[in-house]
Design a protein around this ligand. Sequence first.
Ligand code: NAP
Ligand code: ZN
Ligand code: ZN
Length: 347
Amino acid sequence: MSNVKAFAAQDSKGIMGPWNFERRAVGPNEVQIDILFCGVCHSDLHQIKNEWGNSIYPMVPGHEIVGRITKVGSDVKKFKVGQLAGVGCLVDSCRTCENCKDGLEQFCLNGSSPTYNGKEQDHQTPTYGGYSKMIVTNEDFVLHISENLPLKNVAPLLCAGITTYSPLKHWKVGKGHRLGVLGLGGLGHMGVKFGVAFGAEVTVLSTSLSKKQDAEKLGAHKFILTSDLEQLKSVSGYFDFILDTVSAMHDYSQYLGLLRSNGVQICVGAPPTPAEMHIFSLILGRKSLAGSLIGGLPETQEMLDYCASHNIVSDVELINIQDIHSAYDRMLKGDVKYRFVIDLASL
Ligand code: NAP
Ligand code: ZN
Ligand code: ZN
């Protein structure tokens, strides 16, 4: 057992502060990683405030983890001490159900183990995430990280990256498609980068006029300010796909209206409150409203390798862990550029 420094929320007030806890000793198939950087996902904020109604406290958030391996168990085959490694949103799953066998561990039929705010596979022991100095994880849920990319910019790939890569791959978004990315935050900016890399024409749909130039720098071909109804009308019936990354309640029907016939609005943003929509928004034009959850382990490694070979990383602002509340405040205002990443040297 090792005593580990962390930052935790103790209840749904969402106040983060120092907290120490025990990590288990490294088992035969496990690796120990000294965490160097951890990205700050909007899901951290939803969950520390119990907005999804499933929070377990104390909660140590963080599922965009990168660091260096400091110990390996006796049976570990894929990793060596000293290598870089990553841990994303999952630390285990049943490994036997049909989804696990298909590499879709995020949909484990027996309940996967999320990296934090969840339980290990004994369905009892709480999991604690990357706002901490160290993690012990089964090697099957640890990702290889390239030495050639700037490490702090790689951390957000572990959630924001895979969450946008996976649906674009699943729906085969690419050349000849018009992709709208709704919300230019952590997920959205990765959605733009992947959409452009896959050859789609990418339009950012944003509430923030101040992000127009950044959208262009990220490679987007067009920018639509969603509060300007004239601009919105100009893309009515325009998109083959909309990747919806918005974290707060919004009108799904309004954006379905921007799809061509047979178009798909892919929801990855997870607002806490249920949405109301008129089903005619789907019937007229045979449109689909779909969802997607992170990605499985094989696809997460594929995405990391793709990023390494195409030089794709996240745009980040590095923060000390003591500044987490001001980062959350800015995130709530949509004021991100485009992912806060915690430097764990500050803990
Ligand atoms: P983020 O960095 O805060 O970005 C969200 C963006 O949505 C904001 O920057 C803003 O972009 C837009 N937005 C926010 N509030 C809005 C509102 N009231 N109306 C319209 N637009 C609004 O968050 P994130 O980390 O990318 O996460 C986004 C969502 O995805 C969260 O709900 C998160 O929990 C969820 N998520 C889901 C998965 C999954 O597997 N499905 C994985 C990770 C995260 P503009 O300024 O451009 O409008
Ligand atoms: Zn996340
Ligand atoms: Zn399973």
